[in-house]
Ligand binder design. Structure first.
Ligand SMILES: NC(=O)c1ccc[n+]([C@@H]2O[C@H](COP(=O)([O-])OP(=O)(O)OC[C@H]3O[C@@H](n4cnc5c(N)ncnc54)[C@H](O)[C@@H]3O)[C@@H](O)[C@H]2O)c1
Length: 402
């Protein structure tokens, strides 16, 4: 990669101006590192609405139209529906633009490889943003775990409850592509929102060597299935184990300025614990981080625990990075593939009755078009169970059924 840092404001375009634009835009507003030159969305209403933020920006119905307009663009903020990520990112890297992509990166390993290859061929940067890595209570949790304040980490737990009442409005159009994702076995809880939890796990404690999962299904309406209740457990290469439980509480009201998602992270140390009490929503109205050690509880009352601030700081990190080329991207394309493998290992495990799966050993195959559409994998159990499972196709059949 021959990246040359910018010594002038980066000329950026937003590609996709839907629901999450409202938060991603925070990294760009009032930021001297960037000049927003274009807004792209097929929806005329969205273009008109977002033009109010950037009266000087040109608007286009597609990235191809922008590319052929002759307008100079250095980097794009890609906020597309997930089914469009792979083709869209490959196209935009090909236009010579650096890409900051919303998570999840894409649905399968072959698409991920296509995206990495496109970045290499075009000699452009592909970042897959994860705002959770910029949520101050989580950053502090990581610092506490690494400081030794609660002793040595002996395990941790994440919890996520999706509730049916409260929060901001999500337009039906934002759900439509999520339903398409659900039909492909990439549910909103484990894969879409869950992507963040998987990312934080790898960020906190490093590479994963084994995943076991039991992914449920809750039919909430015609064609609408939610992937809960679900339980996923794993072991990092450093021996630390994590557990994540996901539930839906359909009738629960959750106070939230954003999505109705009640979340917690709790790290257990050999002499204490540290717990982040909330993130997206405002479920537990205590300090967002509490640390217990040696018989004393310490509460953090002054952290910036507005979830939206994590988008602001993630965006600013990217735009600053483009001026320095230094330090971690938080998150690179390669790191995002590790998250994808983690998710796919959970699906493979669940489909195979909960056996341990090593994410590094997932191999995706695309044979016939039908197989490609249903995303087949060879699953090699983490422990040597191949004999009792009679080969590697055990997961493939069930995964294809998803
Ligand atoms: N970080 C987070 O916490 C978080 C939260 C919500 C969504 N997301 C992610 O953000 C992305 C977008 O989600 P959303 O909820 O804003 O979806 P959305 O459906 O509300 O918005 C998508 C927008 O893209 C536009 N679009 C469709 N095709 C296009 C094309 N070819 N070119 C340009 N624009 C096109 C649509 O018209 C729409 O305005 C997804 O990857 C989603 O997973 C992340």
């Amino acid at each position: 990669m021959t990246f040359v840092p910018y010594d002038r404001p980066v000329r950026a375009a937003f590609i996709g101006l839907g629901r999450i634009y409202d938060l991603n835009v925070r990294g760009y507003l009032g930021n001297p590192d960037v000049e927003v030159v274009a807004l792209v969305d097929p929806s005329e209403d969205r273009r008109a609405q977002r033009q109010a933020d950037w009266p000087e920006a040109a608007t286009f119905a597609s990235a191809a139209e922008l590319a052929s307009s002759g307008l100079e663009v250095d980097a794009v903020e890609v906020l597309l529906p997930v089914p469009l990520h792979a083709d869209g990112v490959v196209e935009m890297l090909g236009f010579g633009w650096h890409v900051n992509l919303q998570k999840p990166m894409c649905n399968d390993l072959l698409d991920a490889q296509r995206m990495l290859d496109a970045a290499k061929t075009s000699d452009r940067i592909l970042r897959v943003m994860d705002n959770y890595l910029f949520y101050e209570p989580l950053r502090k949790l990581k610092a506490v775990a690494e400081s030794g304040e609660i002793g040595q980490t002996v395990g941790y737990h994440m919890k996520m409850v999706g509730t049916g009442n409260g929060g901001w409005d999500v337009p039906w159009s934002s759900f439509e592509w999520q339903m398409e994702q659900m039909k492909r076995g990439r549910g909103i809880m484990v894969f879409d929102d869950g992507w963040h939890k998987l990312t934080t796990a790898i960020w906190l404690f490093g590479p994963i060597r084994e995943v076991r999962a039991w992914i449920g299904n809750l039919a909430v309406g015609p064609g609408i299935d939610l992937d809960a209740p679900s339980t996923i457990i794993w072991e990092h290469e450093n021996g630390v184990r994590g557990v994540w439980d996901i539930t839906i509480a359909m009738d629960m009201y959750l106070r939230s300025d954003y999505y109705t998602n009640d979340e917690r992270w709790e790290v257990t140390g050999s002499k204490g614990f540290a717990r982040v009490n909330r993130c997206t929503g405002r479920g537990i109205q205590q300090p967002s981080l509490e640390v217990y050690a040696d018989g004393e509880m310490r509460s953090y009352h002054a952290l910036d625990d507005d979830w939206a601030s994590s988008f602001r700081d993630s965006g600013r990190h990217w735009l600053r990075w483009l001026h320095s080329g230094d330090g971690p991207l938080l998150w690179s394309g390669d790191e995002a593939v590790d998250v994808l493998r983690f998710a796919l290992a959970a699906y493979a495990s669940s489909a195979s009755g909960g056996i341990g799966v090593d994410p590094a050993k997932l191999v995706q195959t695309r044979g016939t078009p039908a197989q490609a559409a249903s995303v087949g994998f060879e699953v090699r159990p983490a422990h040597d169970l191949a004999g009792s499972l009679d080969g590697l196709d055990a997961g493939e059949d069930v995964l294809q059924a998803q």
